[in-house]
Write a protein that binds this ligand. Structure first.
Ligand code: KIV
Length: 267
């Protein structure tokens, strides 16, 4: 199959979308077939997330995911998209020092053609170092799945005043450190709204209310094919149609017209 030569979305496009208040749609994908479909539907960002550890590899957490896994799946995805911007996750323990982070993030960009790397936590020094090397960064705050052994359970964060202030401060700091995007996972909708209004960079939410600049979901969650307990913030878009393509289209439209997430998907 030949690829047509449309232009890939860039960070500038996402910034322009934030300015004109157009919602940004995003889904995870890990292979060529879904990448092609998601791209054709017009989803703005494809995230090759370390959630692949759980939904593809059957691991209990994201911790066993290796850089080589993300490289492999990112190549599958970037080969088959024409427009969507691709973000690749830096897996657990792949960004312990600025130098290690730069080498690994550099590989995701140069060998797998990701456009941005995502890393978890308020890692200001690492973010600054990557940006100095010309590597755009999406910071990930709120619930940090790579810290599951520290936090004990996957749960909403930022519900106390102290926690909310901490996350707000971290959000300012990651922007100051040079992050180009912020992903907020499982923070109360009011806090996510404030952060989105305060920051200049686009804020993408998952379980963080409708007022973020955009939304992301794990593809297999919204197709309801993940095992175990479903998080409150996800929605089965296949319930309203019997076509995967239409379910993804429905998700895309619901993000664009801000009907997803509804209050029942938020905290
Ligand atoms: O790995 C992942 O899929 C994520 C989710 C928060 C979207 O980071």
């Amino acid at each position: 199959m030949h690829q047509t030569s449309t232009t890939l979305l860039s960070l500038l496009d996402l910034q322009a979308m934030k300015r004109r208040q157009e919602k940004i749609s995003s889904l995870t994908a890990y292979d060529a077939s879904f990448s092609t479909l998601i791209d054709a539907i017009g989803i703005d960002i494809i995230l090759v997330g370390d959630s692949l550890g759980m939904v593809i590899q059957g691991q209990r957490t994201t911790l066993p995911v290796k850089l080589e896994d993300i490289l492999y799946h990112t190549r599958c995805v970037t080969r088959s998209r024409n427009r969507s911007l691709v973000i690749a996750d830096l897996p657990f323990m792949s960004y312990c020092t600025p130098e290690q982070a730069a080498i690994n993030a550099g590989r995701l960009l140069s060998e797998a053609e990701a456009q941005i790397v995502k890393l978890e936590g308020p890692r200001f020094e690492i973010i600054r170092f990557l940006v100095d090397q010309g590597i755009p960064v999406c910071a990930h705050l709120g619930l940090l799945p790579q810290s599951i052994n520290l936090i004990g359970e996957y749960r909403v964060t930022g519900q106390t005043t102290k926690d909310a202030e901490r996350i707000l401060d971290q959000a300012y700091e990651v922007e100051r450190a040079g992050a180009s995007l912020l992903l907020l996972e499982c923070v109360p909708a009011e806090l996510a709204k404030e952060i989105t209004q305060q920051l200049e960079i686009p804020v993408i939410g998952i379980g963080s209310g409708v007022d973020c600049d955009g939304q992301v979901l794990v593809l297999y969650d919204m197709l309801d094919i993940t095992h175990g307990k479903k998080p409150r913030f996800t929605k089965n878009f296949l319930l309203e149609t019997n076509s995967i393509a239409e379910a993804i289209m429905l998700y895309h439209q619901s993000v664009k017209n801000a009907t997803f997430p509804a209050p029942e998907h938020s905290y």
